[in-house]
Design a protein around this ligand. Structure first.
Ligand SMILES: [Zn+2]
Length: 237
């Protein structure tokens, strides 16, 4: 009897999902879990689910990428270094008005997450806390054929497949530069500058889209950058 009651309760939910899936029930695309992700839409409860679907579906990822303001060129699959092949990757050279110190290779999901992050988190935070737009991102690289923490034995870093980006600094429209190493609010110095507050928020909100976000509080190796990746592990430190 109990099972019957549970089934009865689940029935409308299942019918709802079935209706959505089959397109019988119409909801706006941003609330439809099977509609392609649009970077333009305000993120909501299912944005991460949509992002996770891009990992093993390059065609779907390209659709999401088309809605972004990234400037990029698709790259042919290749293996620049033995054991660290690049598949379905891109060369990203700008994100809307934001330029990079140099273009970088990225997986499609990483590029989509970066675009969401720039548009819906980074720019609003910069406007609110610093009163200016972010116009530049300084990164330390995305592709590096190595293991996690450079250990000889261990699993491959997400950098080995260009599925991670290390961000070191942000430049604003008024010329200010916010540097992770210099401006990060360490507990010991109780820094409460606008730059420090911006960095703390930029770090925390990166966790909304990236699977892994590691900053200076994680360990000494991250004292000068945010590590952002779209791998299978999940961490926000
Ligand atoms: Zn990294």
């Amino acid at each position: 009897m109990r099972l019957f009651r549970i089934l009865l309760l689940l029935l409308p939910l299942l019918l709802g999902f079935y209706g959505l899936w089959q397109g019988i029930i119409e909801v706006p695309d941003r609330w439809n879990p099977w509609a392609p992700l649009s970077v333009q839409d305000a993120p909501n409860l299912i944005t991460n689910w949509k992002l996770s679907r891009l990992r093993d579906n390059d065609a779907l990822c390209r659709q999401a990428l088309e809605t972004s303001q990234l400037t990029y060129t698709p790259l042919p699959d290749r293996e620049p270094q033995p054991g660290c092949s690049l598949t379905d990757s891109l060369r990203v050279s700008a994100a809307g008005e934001v330029s990079f110190n140099r273009s970088f290779t990225a997986t499609c999901p990483l590029a989509v997450a970066l675009s969401l992050y720039e548009r819906h988190r980074l720019q609003p935070a910069a406007q609110e806390i610093l009163g200016a737009q972010v116009t530049g991102i300084t990164h330390l690289g995305s592709y590096a054929c190595r293991n996690v923490n450079n250990r000889e034995n261990g699993r491959r870093s997400e950098h080995a497949s260009a599925n991670a980006l290390d961000i070191a600094a942000f430049t604003l429209a008024d010329g200010r530069r916010i540097d992770v190493e210099e401006d990060w609010p360490h507990e010991s110095d109780a820094k409460d500058s606008a730059s420090a507050r911006f960095l703390a928020r930029a770090h925390d909100e990166a966790c909304d889209f990236f699977r892994v976000t590691l900053g200076p509080d994680h360990n000494q190796a991250h004292a000068n950058h945010f590590h952002l990746d779209m791998g299978r592990y999940s961490a926000c430190q």
